[in-house]
Design a protein around this ligand. Structure first.
Ligand SMILES: Cc1ncc(COP(=O)(O)O)c(C=O)c1O
Length: 401
């Protein structure tokens, strides 16, 4: 009998897509839902970027490109990484792919061997694809708790205790999905000190929200002396330029670039040709539209955090970046008699008309950290006010304690 492989049966997913299916079904039934699930900017791609793609198509730039990307884009990415990370990145060290996401698998494939017990450390809660790809590619996932009491940073001593000869890769994400936490300089320095003590440990630095730091400046771990050669820096156009569907991401590392390029040859061949011209226009063209979007996320961050903290039983740390809020709803669950964050999420969706994700969609619950839900505040200020109003009313009207 034809069978599905174990690794495919066990393959993880992004539960945002699963919950979205639930939300879409309710919308189809005519229900009124305020949606905080979607992790993408609610803006349209700026016009000059669209025009660059149209021009490329009209000029017949529609065939295969070199696997690591068109030279002009690699050059623009090298300049962008150099300027924003304060390091010197050469165009040959850059690879371009169909989004930042594929680099997760390419990197795991490039630095671990299947079934040999190679360990990969990754943030928990975190982007669910990290754990899923670590497992699918035969490495051992080792979760690193991001702790609310530490402003969504790691316990450095714990991190230290988890690094051994078997550890091949450390995945970092700052600003973070789902907590919105941002690693400060001191934390990055402490992490770098540990990495530099282990000469065969790579770092995957997922920096797709690098342009969305709301307070202070973005910093990459690659900027710390000695770390650039050990770090694969990953960023993309999705979040910064409202280009999630264009699928352009980029990565830089001198040693890994040719290997990642061969993985691209073995999988997608190359990123979409016209889309690479769109990304080139995004990086080299006017930045005012992107800056405006980033500023609006900061305004919405302030609005949602203040609103969440005014709801009985809800406590929310001020996230330093990205467009996510990760409130602690332990008390709110108790007040309405919900067993956990997932039951609370379902009640908010079906009884209050508010769609959010819960902590079980982002990994394993960390002991003693309580219950959390995730809001993507990439939605209008009116929606934020309406959604929070509904939650407030729901809690007030459904108290069991
Ligand atoms: C932390 C993180 N990394 C990577 C991605 C994927 O980005 P891209 O659209 O560039 O593939 C996302 C998207 O939600 C994300 O949140």
């Amino acid at each position: 009998m034809v069978e599905i492989s174990e690794r495919t049966r066990e393959l993880g997913t992004e539960n945002a897509f699963v919950v979205l299916k639930e939300v879409n079904e309710l919308l189809r039934q005519g229900k009124d839902i305020v949606n905080f699930c979607i992790g993408q900017p609610d803006f349209d791609t700026p016009e000059h970027i669209k025009q660059a793609a149209i021009k490329a198509i009209k000029e017949g730039k529609t065939g295969y490109t070199p696997s690591p990307g068109i030279p002009e884009l690699r050059e623009a990415v090298a300049k962008y990484f150099s300027e924003t990370r304060g390091i010197d990145v050469k165009p040959e060290w850059v690879t371009v792919a169909n989004g930042a996401k594929p680099f997760i698998a390419y990197t795991i494939l490039s630095v671990t061997d299947y079934g040999k017990g190679d360990e990969v450390l990754y943030p928990n809660p975190g982007f669910p694809i990290y754990e899923s790809q670590i497992k699918a590619n035969g490495a051992v996932p080792v979760p690193l708790p991001l702790l609310e009491s530490k402003g969504y940073s790691f316990d450095i001593e714990y991190l230290k205790s988890k690094v051994s000869k078997k550890t091949k890769l450390l995945i970092l994400n700052s600003p973070q999905n789902p907590t919105g936490g941002v690693f400060d300089k001191q934390t990055l320095k402490a992490i770098a000190d540990i990495v530099l003590e282990h000469e065969d440990l790579w770092v995957f630095s997922d920096e797709v929200y690098s342009q969305m730091v709301h307070d202070g400046e973005f910093m990459s771990i690659a900027s710390i002396p000695g770390m650039q050669e050990r770090t694969i820096i990953v960023d993309g156009t999705s979040k910064t330029y409202a280009m999630t569907g264009w699928r352009i991401g980029y990565a830089a590392n001198e040693k890994l670039a040719p290997h990642i390029s061969r993985w691209i040859t073995n999988t997608d061949s190359c990123a979409g040709h016209p889309n690479q011209y769109a990304a080139l226009a995004a990086l080299t063209g006017p930045q005012d539209k992107s800056r405006k979007m980033m500023l609006s996320f900061k305004r919405r961050r302030d609005l949602i955090v203040e609103g969440l903290n005014s709801i009985e039983g809800v406590k929310c740390l001020k996230p330093g970046g990205a467009f996510y809020a990760w409130p602690n709803v332990t008390e709110a669950c108790k007040i309405v008699g919900a067993e956990d964050s997932e039951e609370f999420r379902k009640r908010l969706l079906y009884d209050a008309g508010v769609a959010v994700l819960s902590d079980i969609h982002f990994g394993h619950k960390n002991k003693g950290e309580g219950e959390h839900i995730r809001f993507s505040y990439a939605t209008s200020e009116e929606n934020i006010k309406e959604g929070l109003g509904r939650i407030k009313r729901y809690i007030q009207e459904n108290k069991v304690h």
